[in-house]
Design a protein around this ligand. Structure first.
Ligand code: FES
Ligand SMILES: [Fe+2]
Length: 349
């Protein structure tokens, strides 16, 4: 099995995660003010500047370590709630110490870590050690923001991000976990057709539903899963009602906790269920998975060895993802830092 070969070390994975892009909140949640978020154990704050662009910085003030997310936004700065020091969200530099007055220089070293921030799929994404990797976008979703789209509520789970990916496209659990939402189905899984494009795993599969769920899923659709390490999935659903997509992404809060985000969008010719209904239905499906994947042991899908667990032929896609993930982590950990000009995608929002 592919998991038996050591492709990447834990250190490689840690390094790759710091160089990868992860969602930290939904765009819509910034309307409520700065958001306290945690990524890979680090406390961050995400907020929307007055020019509408987004910022992500460390959530601790450089003065006495107060939380910044309970402060307020002034222009592009975040103002600490304790003594009002302000920090520029793009470079983290302190711009004002009110007790000193605006004409006095700020103390040397009055700076907090600032991270790049972009908005995509209704989510705010950041990267702790930027410059190694472009945002891992899907070209065929370039028009997402112009399509009818919607985001579900974030879903906290008690497992690592890889488990969320494996669960999303694991087809052998549908017949057991999702009877209520997907209807009765044959538990037999046909030999899966799995391919790989770079680090992206692809699986195409026909899907037939019955039992009153045709309205949501229609009675015959082709599902194509695109899974890209570390934890981004696009599911394309195509049938005679047109094409709809769901994007799944996961935020690693720490080693054993993640937050799942999902968004769905319909292409212009889509005649199926309204987006709000699709979001509501998908949230129910996730809520069926959550209690199970939050109690898996080990809490994160192992990359090295099998952790004493056994696979079946229906796990073909999972094993392909684990291998692609390990190669991605190994390669990203070994990557030199490219010149900024070699990275084409915008890294500020
Ligand atoms: S702790 Fe933030 S201004 Fe003093
Ligand atoms: Fe599921």
């Amino acid at each position: 099995m592919s998991g038996d070969r050591l492709i990447a070390t834990e250190e490689d994975v840690d390094l790759a995660y710091r160089r990868a892009w992860f969602p930290v909140t939904r765009s819509q949640d910034l309307a409520g003010g700065p958001q306290q978020v945690k990524l890979l154990g680090q406390e961050l704050v995400a907020y929307r500047a007055e020019d509408r662009s987004v910022r992500v910085t460390r959530n601790r003030c450089a003065h006495r370590g107060a939380y910044l997310h309970t402060g307020k936004v002034v222009g592009g700065d975040i103002q600490c709630p304790y003594h009002g020091w302000r920090f520029n969200g793009l470079d983290g530099k302190c711009t004002l110490v009110p007790s000193s007055g605006p004409d006095k220089p700020v103390p040397p070293g009055a700076v907090i870590d600032a991270f790049p921030a972009i908005e995509r799929f209704g989510l705010v994404w950041t990267c702790l050690d930027p410059g190694y990797q472009e945002f891992p976008d899907f070209d065929f979703l370039a028009d997402w923001e112009n399509w009818a789209n919607g985001n579900g509520d974030p879903i906290p789970v008690g497992c690592g991000i890889r488990h969320t990916v494996e669960n999303f496209r694991d087809v052998a659990h549908f017949a057991f976990v999702h009877v209520r939402t997907m209807g009765e189905m044959d538990p037999l899984v046909e030999p899966l057709t799995v391919s790989r494009e770079g680090y992206t795993m692809v699986m195409e599969r026909g899907y037939n539903v019955a039992g009153g769920f045709e309205e949501i899923w229609h009675d015959s659709m082709v599902f194509t899963y695109y899974v890209r390490p570390p934890a981004l999935i696009c599911l394309k659903m195509e049938g005679d009602e047109g094409i709809r997509y769901t994007v799944h992404a996961a935020q690693p809060v720490d080693d054993t906790r993640s937050i799942i985000y999902f968004a769905t969008a319909a292409t212009p010719s889509w005649t199926g269920v309204p987006i709000a209904e699709a979001v509501r239905h998908e949230h129910i499906i996730y809520s069926e998975d959550t209690p199970i994947i939050s109690q898996l042991e080990p809490r994160e899908a192992p990359l090295f060895g099998t952790a004493g667990l056994v696979h079946s032929p229906a796990d073909k896609f999972t094993l392909g993802y684990r291998r692609a993930f390990a190669e991605w982590a190994r390669d990203l950990a070994a990557a030199g830092k490219p010149e900024p000009s070699e990275l084409t995608s915008a890294t500020t929002g």
